[in-house]
Design a protein around this ligand. Structure first.
Ligand SMILES: [Zn+2]
Length: 284
């Protein structure tokens, strides 16, 4: 039985790695082969259905996503996935999941708005740069917690943009098209219904410019945001994956466990993880 699972694991891991990368864990294929105490001829044991499913999901993913997944033990991967999906069950059931895949191909309707939006008001945890900001409640709580942690390190985070309604996105997108033309506008501004901001769980910090990356606030976020469940959505060098150029200021609240999962198994690319979770849920 053990030997058969090992063989299956090698097969899955070969799918994990389109390339020779081995960042996390010992590649299963390089583990020492156990001494052969089994009879030579043995009927194959039934394959674990979860491993079979993992295989099918991985085969459906893009080559770049496959390449981003490091070598490792499929059982460990599945255990980590299970943990992330268990936590999702505790999210508010009357709203979209914090793992909801939204991008240029996966949208929400014009009338979608988060069920529990909380207006952000002046407070001691972080600065608000506008009086029209709001987030869904779980994200607002997590932002306050992160703001307090930053303050302990001598950093005051400043929040510039949060929930955006469909109408706001429409206005913003049309404005940027009129200024920069359609092609350039697509790189930075979301078409209505495709923005993480409509989920009420994304925040733009600071001046919303590349120069924000040089600030202590942005450096702190890069080092610590994931400890509070906030993930950088549009990292440098992944425009072809996320659809957006690098946005050092844009973080999405996804929860601490999902941040860990993203970092451990998806080369820290949020888009790959959510594409995987979406595919996993939709696969029979
Ligand atoms: Zn943003």
């Amino acid at each position: 039985m053990k030997k058969t699972l090992f063989i299956i694991a090698v097969f899955v891991v070969s799918l994990f790695t389109g390339c020779a990368k081995s960042k996390a864990g010992t590649p299963v294929s390089q583990k020492p082969v156990e001494s052969n105490t089994q009879p030579a001829a043995q009927a194959p044991a039934p394959v674990d259905p979860k491993i079979q499913k993992l295989n099918r999901v991985l085969m459906s993913m893009s080559d770049r996503c496959k390449e981003a997944i490091p070598n490792g033990d499929p059982a460990e991967f599945l255990a980590d996935l299970e943990k992330v999906l268990q936590i999702e069950k505790a999210f508010p059931s009357d709203d979209l999941s914090l793992y909801y895949l939204i991008d240029k191909k996966h949208t929400v309707s014009a009338d979608y708005e988060p069920t529990h939006l909380r207006k952000l008001v002046a407070n001691n945890d972080y600065i608000i740069n506008k009086t029209t900001l709001s987030l869904r409640e779980d994200a607002a709580d997590a932002l306050a917690e992160m703001g307090r942690a930053a303050k302990k390190d001598g950093i005051t985070l400043d929040v510039s943009s949060t929930y955006r309604s469909y109408e706001t996105q429409e206005r913003t997108f049309n404005y940027w098209v009129s200024v920069d033309g359609l092609e350039e506008a697509e790189r930075e501004s979301a078409r209505p219904g495709t923005s993480q901001h409509q989920l009420g769980a994304a925040v733009d910090f600071g001046n919303i410019e590349d120069s924000y990356a040089l600030t202590d606030g942005c450096k702190w976020l890069n080092a610590h945001a994931q400890e509070y469940g906030w993930s950088l959505s549009f990292p440098q060098g992944y425009e072809d994956i996320t659809g957006y150029r690098w946005e050092c200021w844009h973080f999405r609240y996804i929860g601490v466990e999902a941040c860990r999962f993203q970092k451990k198994w998806f080369s820290d690319i949020q888009q790959f993880m959510f594409e995987f979770i979406d595919a996993w849920k939709n696969m029979e």
